[in-house]
Design a protein around this ligand. Structure first.
Ligand code: HEC
Ligand code: HEC
Length: 373
C-alpha cells in the first residue's frame, strides 16, 4: 500500500516535471516564454575585467574594433539578458543561447541548429570564445565587426526571423528592460544600436584562458602526461604544422583558408561573399580553445570526434585549386595534398593535447549563464 503511494507520488511528480520541461528551448512555438523574467544578482557581476595574455592576439589589439566598444559591467549585464531572451525571435521561441550553449563552448552540439520555425541552419553553429581579440566573423567572415554580426541572426529568416525595426518597441513592453538600458546607457530609450553594443559587450566578455594548457604555460607543463606532452610537440612541430594556421595562444587565424575537406565543395564559403575564385571553399580558421566540447566539427559539422579530425589531416586531405600551401607537398597553393603518416600513438597524442585546451572555469562561469530560470 505504502509503496504504491510512493510510486503514485513519484509518477505525478514525474508528470509535473515533464510538464515543466515542455518549456524546453528546443520546442518551437512555446508561447509560455513570455512569462519568463531574468533573475540577476543584487550586486552586478563584473565583466571585461579578465585580461587575456597579449600572445592571444594577431593582429595587434589596436587594430581591433572591440577597443572602440569597451566592455562595461552594466553593458554586458544587459547583453547577457538579450543573449538569452527569446523575445529577440519573432515568435518568442529562440534566443542566441538556443544555438550557442555555454557548456558546449557556446556552440551547438547538433550538426545544424533549429531556428524559430523549426527550419535548420545551413552551417554548424560556431563557438563564441575570445572574439574580443579577433574580427571577421562567421565561417565565411562576412561580418567584419561583432557589432554588425550580432544583429544578423536576429533578422535571419531561418534563425530568429525578427524585423529589426520592430525590436525596440517589442522590448520596450518587457518591464525589466528600461532599468537595464538606463544602467548601461543612462537612458531607458531602446535602440537597435544599443542592442548591438550591449550584445557585443557580452559576447566579447566570453574569455577563455584558464585551461590546463594555460596553467602549463605558467609552470612549464609539469602536469602534462607524456601523451599530452608528445601531442603538444607534434602540434607545434614544423612537419605536422597545426600551429601554422591555428596561430597564437588563441589557436585561430583571421585569414580564411582551405583545409582540403573536399575536392568539390557543396558550400563555397568565403568565395560566395567575395565572388573571387581564389576565395572559393575558404573558411575561417576557428579557435581550438575548448575544442573537446564544441563537436561536431568543421563548417558543416561533418566530423563528430577529434579522432576523425586528426585522421582528416593525417590521410584525408583532398586536392583543391585553393588548398592552402601549408597542406601541400610542394608548398604551392592547390598542389598535391600532404599526408602525415602518423602512428596510432601520435594521433592519440594530438587528441590528448587538444583536450588540454578545455577550460572548465569558462564553461561553468555563472556570469555567462542563462538568467531566465
Ligand atoms: C538558430 C541558431 C542560431 C541562433 C539563434 C544564433 N546563432 Fe549565432 N551562429 C549560428 C550559426 C549556424 C553560425 C555560423 C553561420 C555561418 O557561418 O554562416 C553562427 C555564428 C555566430 C557567430 C560567429 C562566431 C565567429 O567566431 O565567427 C557569433 C559571434 C554568433 N553566431 C553570435 C550570435 C548571437 C549574438 C546571436 C543572437 C542575437 C546568435 N548568434 C543567434 C547559429 C545561431
Ligand atoms: C592550412 C591551415 C590549417 C592547418 C595547417 C590546420 N588547420 Fe585545422 N582548420 C583549418 C580551417 C580553415 C578549418 C575550418 C575548415 C572548415 O570548416 O571548412 C579548421 C578546422 C579545424 C578543427 C575544427 C574546428 C571547429 O570548431 O569545427 C580542428 C579540431 C582542427 N582544425 C584541428 C587541426 C589540427 C589538429 C591540425 C594539425 C594536424 C590542423 N587543424 C591544421 C585550417 C588549418
Amino acid at each position: 500500500m505504502c509503496s504504491k503511494r510512493i510510486i503514485l507520488f513519484s509518477l505525478s511528480a514525474g508528470l509535473c516535471f515533464f510538464i515543466a520541461c515542455s518549456k524546453d528551448p528546443l520546442i518551437p512555438f512555446d508561447l509560455g516564454e513570455k512569462e519568463l523574467k531574468p533573475v540577476l544578482p543584487e550586486t552586478p557581476y563584473s565583466y571585461g575585467t579578465d585580461t587575456l595574455p597579449s600572445n592571444f592576439s594577431s593582429p595587434p589589439l589596436s587594430f581591433i574594433n572591440s577597443i572602440q566598444n569597451p566592455i562595461t559591467s552594466a553593458g554586458a549585464t544587459l547583453g547577457r539578458v538579450l543573449f538569452y531572451d527569446k523575445k529577440l525571435s519573432v515568435n518568442n521561441t529562440i534566443s542566441c543561447g538556443s544555438c550557442h550553449v555555454q557548456s558546449k563552448g557556446f556552440s551547438d552540439p547538433n550538426q545544424f541548429s533549429v531556428g524559430f520555425e523549426g527550419a535548420i541552419t545551413n552551417r554548424n553553429s560556431m563557438a563564441i570564445i575570445n572574439t574580443r581579440y579577433s574580427f571577421r566573423y562567421f565561417w565565411d567572415q562576412r561580418a567584419t565587426y561583432l557589432e554588425e554580426q550580432v544583429l544578423m541572426p536576429i533578422e535571419n529568416h531561418i534563425e530568429m526571423g525578427m524585423n529589426l525595426a520592430d525590436l525596440p518597441s517589442k522590448l520596450q513592453l518587457a518591464d525589466y528592460y528600461p532599468t537595464l538600458f538606463e544602467n548601461a546607457f543612462g537612458s531607458t530609450e531602446i535602440t537597435i544600436e544599443k542592442i548591438s553594443i550591449a550584445l557585443s559587450q557580452f559576447a566579447h566578455s566570453l574569455t577563455s584562458y584558464r585551461s590546463k594548457y594555460d596553467i602549463g604555460l605558467q609552470n612549464g607543463f609539469v602536469d602534462y602526461s607524456s601523451l599530452e606532452s608528445d601531442g603538444k610537440t607534434l602540434f607545434f612541430s614544423g612537419t605536422v604544422n597545426c600551429n601554422h594556421c591555428h596561430t597564437t595562444e588563441n589557436f585561430y587565424d583571421t585569414q580564411a583558408v582551405n583545409n582540403g575537406l573536399d575536392s568539390i565543395y557543396a558550400d563555397n564559403g568565403r568565395g560566395i561573399i567575395t565572388g573571387d575564385s581564389a576565395d572559393i571553399a575558404q573558411f575561417k580558421v576557428p579557435t581550438l580553445r575548448n575544442i573537446e566540447m564544441t563537436a561536431p566539427y568543421m563548417h558543416d559539422g561533418r566530423f563528430s570526434t577529434l579522432d576523425q579530425v586528426v585522421e582528416h589531416y593525417n590521410s584525408g586531405i583532398q586536392q583543391h585549386p585553393n588548398l592552402d600551401d601549408r597542406l601541400t607537398t610542394n608548398g604551392m597553393t592547390g598542389g598535391p595534398p600532404k599526408q602525415y603518416f602518423l602512428t596510432t600513438y601520435e594521433k592519440a597524442s594530438l587528441v590528448a593535447f587538444l583536450k588540454t585546451l578545455t577550460d572548465q572555469t569558462f564553461l561553468t562561469d555563472v556570469r555567462f549563464s542563462d538568467p531566465f530560470r
